[in-house]
Design a protein around this ligand. Structure first.
Ligand code: GUN
Length: 296
């Protein structure tokens, strides 16, 4: 069997169009423009590309984009001061501090300084706690994007066996919480787990975010399972630099029922969900109905 390729690029385009329509209504009916502030410290090339794409897509959705690019040597104090100003700025509804931060800055201190209501990454400890206890939270963008793709694939996820490979705060842990909230039976496995292969082989849904190029091969996959590949690894193959996921697409797509490609799978959903979260944060701040079709 050859798996259905889940087209995250097309799905993300639909989500961005829905966000743009909602933003246009906010502007015409209420005179409100949602605003997203993105903060980048230093000049990591991959982070610069992400931040540029976020700015472009924010503007394309009709929102205001505020970009703050700070020197690598910026002090923790100066960064905290900027966050305090953004927290107080009524034109800013969402704040994202691009990770990783330079080593001299305590990331947790920075993330927890963001107003939880503006925390469009969902990394603030209050949002983590709200999600973990089944309350209304800001949900991290990449897992939210994966959940949207899975719901689109299956409708209801109830009762399914889901395995999340990876236990990061950005993807693995919140992904597991979301799947649990959708009544899946959830296993979190990671690089130190014993017998990863048989754990994965029991899963109807596999979300892979372990950061190892093409570690999951077709013989690990239960026939007809849905495979969501969050990995983005730059490797050299046949003398050329190329982008691959954590899943070996060639062999896995011969066994799975559906699978996301890299690129063009989860990646585009992350920024689309950032726009959704910014719109949601804006609606909540203004006491307006939330874009329920889009939220988790
Ligand atoms: N770096 C890699 N992924 C992310 C993300 O989802 N949010 C932020 N802020 N930084 C990241």
């Amino acid at each position: 069997m050859v798996a259905t390729k889940i087209d995250g690029k097309a799905f993300a385009k639909t989500v961005r169009r829905d966000v743009a329509l909602h933003v246009a209504t906010l502007k015409s009916d209420y005179g409100i423009t949602p605003g997203l502030a993105v903060v980048l410290v230093g000049s990591d090339p991959a982070s610069e590309v992400y931040v540029r794409n976020k700015g472009t897509q924010t503007r394309e959705a009709g929102m205001a984009s505020f970009e703050h690019k700070l020197d690598e040597a910026t002090s923790e104090r100066d960064l905290l001061d900027l966050i305090a100003r953004l927290n107080d700025d009524p034109s800013v509804h969402g704040i994202l501090v691009q990770l990783p931060l330079p080593k001299h800055i305590d990331s947790n201190k920075i993330l927890n300084a963001i107003d939880p209501a503006k925390d469009v990454d969902g990394f603030h400890i209050s949002n983590v706690g709200l999600l973990g206890t089944g309350q209304k939270a800001m949900v991290p963008c990449t897992p939210l994007g994966c959940l949207m793709l899975l719901r689109h694939q299956y409708g209801k996820l109830e009762g399914m066996n889901a395995v999340v490979l990876g236990r990061s705060n950005i993807v693995g842990k919140p992904m597991a919480q979301l799947l649990l909230r959708d009544n899946c039976t959830v296993t979190i496995a990671h690089s130190r787990s014993r017998d990863l292969e048989s754990t994965v082989r029991a899963a109807d849904i596999v979300v892979v975010a372990i950061g190892r190029p093409e570690i999951v091969t077709g013989d690990w996959i239960k026939p007809s399972a849905t495979v969501i590949d969050v990995g983005i690894n730059r490797i050299e193959r046949d003398g050329k630099r190329t982008l691959v996921g954590d899943v070996d697409f060639g062999s896995a797509s011969q066994v799975a029922g559906a699978i996301t490609p890299v690129p063009g799978g989860v990646g585009p959903m992350t920024i689309a969900c950032l726009l959704v979260n910014t719109l949601t944060a804006c609606c909540r701040a203004k006491g307006l109905p939330e874009p329920s079709v889009l939220t988790a």
